[in-house]
Design a protein around this ligand. Structure first.
Ligand SMILES: [Fe+2]
Length: 293
């Protein structure tokens, strides 16, 4: 077969598969499947995909699925490390004046079991530099938002989340509810950079291509209130060595924060407090669009 008739046969195959979805009742599903087929076929043609590579890819995706359970989500990790999660995030959360930028959910979110009181210590006695976080949640227009729920989660001083440690109870993970002025506060420890899990197929992929697995130090926040889009974001710590090379591409300049040094003293409840770091921050929520209400 000469090159031009070969290309015609390949194009005809692609078109035949695209047309096989033409009668899908759901128009959005039809668009998604037809576009997916076009791009998959174009990719295979572009790189002249070999049978061995195709089999390897099937094996890789199979292993990715086998790595998933209720506490480990290797597909999210794959999406994150390919930058797809941040692209989808960008498509769905265009910047709005006064609203906090969003970033990836990550694979370690688990809804906290209980609501914690203001100034609760979520570290559970974990080693690390003490950190006090105080924040206010507002609308994008600046109105303080009372009764918003705020989920917080972070890794420990060794770079692990509670769900990564067998038998570990909920720790460094909590839910707060904002007060009448939209404020919430808690004690924790200063986060440290950590590698994403490298014991699965995604870690192997990073190794094969010479990419490091590290994420810059961060605290996760998810903030919600009826009438507003739920905000999924992190705050990254200024000066971290991985801010420019986050393994999941999640850093946005607006989300990099400075920690102040605070002297020791006494808390309002009469507890002794040593020198610690302090983080003050305001979050802005965007109003839900009319279409979403
Ligand atoms: Fe994280």
């Amino acid at each position: 077969m000469n090159p031009s008739s070969r290309h015609a046969a390949e194009a005809a195959l692609t078109e035949q598969v695209v047309q096989s979805f033409a009668k899908a009742d759901n128009p959005r599903l039809r668009t998604l499947m037809q576009s997916l087929v076009r791009h998959l076929h174009a990719f295979a043609l572009d790189v002249e995909l070999t049978m061995e590579e195709w089999e390897l890819a099937i094996g890789f995706l199979t292993a990715t699925g086998h790595m998933c359970d209720d506490k480990r989500q290797e597909f999210i990790l794959l999406s994150d490390t390919l930058g797809l999660s941040m692209l989808v995030d960008a498509i769905n959360h265009r910047s709005v004046e006064g609203a906090t930028e969003t970033t990836v959910l990550g694979p370690f979110y688990v809804p906290p079991l209980n609501v914690s009181p203001a100034d609760a210590d979520i570290s559970g006695g974990a080693a690390g530099t003490p950190l006090h976080v105080s924040a206010q949640v507002r609308s994008a227009c600046g109105t303080p938002l009372a009764d918003a729920w705020v989920d917080v989660w972070q890794s420990d001083d060794d770079g692990y989340y509670d769900v990564q440690k067998p038998g570990q109870e909920e720790n460094l993970r909590a839910r707060f509810v904002t007060d009448a002025e939209g404020r919430f506060s808690f004690w924790s420890i200063v986060p440290v950079p950590y590698p994403i899990p490298t014991d699965g197929p995604v870690g192997k992929m990073l190794g094969h291509v010479g990419r490091h697995p590290y994420r810059p130090a961060h605290i996760h926040f998810m903030i919600g209130k009826e009438g507003y889009d739920t905000l999924v974001t992190h705050l990254f710590i200024e000066g971290d060595q991985y801010l420019e090379s986050d393994a999941v591409f999640g850093v946005k300049r607006q989300l990099v924060v400075h920690l102040d040094d605070a002297d020791g003293g006494w808390t309002a409840s009469g507890d002794r407090m040593g020198p610690h770091k302090r983080l003050k921050h305001d979050f802005g929520l965007r109003a839900s669009s009319i279409l979403n209400q």
